[in-house]
Design a protein around this ligand. Structure first.
Ligand code: URP
Ligand code: ZN
Ligand code: ZN
Length: 468
């Protein structure tokens, strides 16, 4: 099967030009001006952007958390992703305490089997090095294509690890070429504040934010950076939400240390006041770190523009407002933490990042596709359009109007963080390894088409077909 995408504006992190893309089987084989080739299918991309499929390095599908399970499984979450122009993501395997990493990985792969709509990889969330997985087992994960370890410095009594576990994992990563990811908040101090708030009768959703102040994100971010330096491991700080966390990352990067950070779409648009919405509406915005005071949004826009932060992910972790979030009606600490967004990232960042002039189309591609692919061992198979790369391509109509709404989204969740936002610019056709996934507003490929991708070690390239 061959596809010719003709006359589009091809935009990668580095380039922006009008040309043709020729796809044979699963990969791009030619890129050029007025290509003289026959193809089984010709897509006229005149007036459209031709973008590499977006890569989301931070999602939680079919994940048990907060006493329930995320509402989107692999099929519904990845369908939502495809409609939003995301063709590859990296999800978290959570090691159940007491379980080996191998058993946890197998369980997660089983959950995905036959349901995959886009390509995916896994990070391993380390929760227990004593009774469960061993350091030796952890060290073997990169050979299986799981080349990043995640540690939660918060969620005491659930996923949180102590500094010993964090540091030992960093030492293993320094040896094996894995990237260490941290959820950076001081979980011990938060636990004290939550207990004090509840004892004082403060049970409403906005106390989620008041018990997780930004200083505690800043403290943990700085601690993780310093520990990673001592261990000699590269570090990636997930879901950075505030100035207090941006500053230590900026300082580390100025020093040339191996530190990277991401923010998520929601931190650029949702602020603390959303949590105060009446009639339990605020629970929709209970995710962690919490929505921050409004002034942090400009700090984050500056950070993504100036490469202090390198990625915008979604941290898609969707729970129904009616039926799951409502577990915490009388106690904010029982509201499952997480928000949706897999389908909305490209729409929102194109509208409010590019169309408002905050950054270029190239930078958008870099933040949503190329940088996550590079940092997580997927590049250049993913994250660009070049001969040899997987033909994961978004034909994006920059003039198409799109209304973001829970009523039309593909996630199973019953609300949308950006409800009613109108944007100009939307994916028209989405291809995964040369097969059309989304066209005319329909999913036209069968679940099962997506594949597990064995990622390369940190700093290594995932070689395209010819070299494999
Ligand atoms: O609230 C959130 N972010 N839920 C997902 C788990 C995590 O902390 O990333
Ligand atoms: Zn987190
Ligand atoms: Zn997360």
């Amino acid at each position: 099967m061959s596809v010719l995408i003709r006359g589009g504006r091809i935009i990668t992190a580095a380039d922006d030009y009008v040309g043709d893309v020729y796809v044979e089987d699963e990969r791009v084989t030619l890129v050029g001006e007025s290509l003289d080739v026959e193809a089984d299918r010709v897509i006229d991309a005149d007036g459209k952007y031709v973008l590499p499929g977006c890569v989301d390095p931070h999602t939680h599908l079919d994940m048990p958390f907060g006493g329930t399970v995320t509402i989107d499984d692999v099929q519904s979450g990845q369908t939502a992703a495809a409609f939003g122009g995301t063709t590859c993501h990296v999800d978290f395997v959570i090691q159940p305490p007491g379980s080996s990493f191998a058993a946890a990985l197998e369980e997660w792969q089983e959950k995905a089997s036959g349901k995959q709509v886009i390509d995916m990889g896994y990070h391993m969330a380390v929760t227990d090095l004593r009774e469960g997985g061993s350091l030796e087992e952890l060290a073997r994960l990169p050979e299986q294509g799981v080349t990043s370890y995640k540690l939660f410095m918060a969620y005491k009594g659930a996923l949180m690890v102590d500094d010993e576990t964090l540091f030992r994992t960093m030492e293993v990563a320094a040896e094996t070429g894995a990237l260490v990811m941290v959820h950076a908040e001081n979980g011990d101090a938060i636990d004290v504040l939550v207990k004090q708030a509840l004892a004082a009768g403060n049970t409403a959703p906005h106390f989620h934010a008041l018990t997780r102040p930004p200083e505690l994100e800043g403290e943990a971010t700085n601690r993780a950076i310093q520990l990673a330096r001592v261990a000699g491991a590269p570090l990636y700080v997930v879901h950075v939400s505030c100035r207090e966390a941006v500053e230590p990352i900026a300082k580390a990067r100025e020093q040339g240390w191996d530190v990277w950070g991401e923010t998520c779409t929601q931190y650029l648009f949702v602020d603390y006041t959303f949590l105060e919405r009446p009639n339990f509406e605020g629970a929709k915005y209970v995710y962690t770190p919490p929505p921050r005071a409004l002034e942090n949004q400009e700090v984050l826009w500056h950070a993504v523009r100036s490469d202090i932060l390198s990625v915008i992910s979604t941290d898609h972790c969707a729970f129904l407002w009616d039926g799951q979030k409502s577990r915490g009606k009388d106690d904010f600490s029982k509201i499952p933490n997480g928000g949706p967004g897999l389908e909305d990232r490209l729409h929102m960042i194109h509208e409010f990042g590019v169309r408002t002039g905050r950054f270029s189309l190239n930078r958008m591609v870099e933040l949503l596709s190329t940088n996550p692919a590079k940092l997580f061992g997927l590049y250049p198979r993913k994250g660009t359009i070049a001969p040899g790369s997987d033909a994961d391509i978004v034909v994006f109509d920059p003039e198409k109007r799109h209304l973001i709404s829970a009523a039309t989204q593909h996630s199973k969740v019953d609300y949308n963080l950006y409800e009613g936002t109108e944007v100009t610019g939307s994916p028209e056709i989405v291809l995964l390894r040369g097969t059309v996934l989304v066209e005319n507003g329909e999913l036209v490929a069968e679940p099962g088409i997506g594949q597990f991708v064995e990622r390369a070690a940190f700093g290594q390239e995932l070689l395209p077909a010819a070299a494999r």
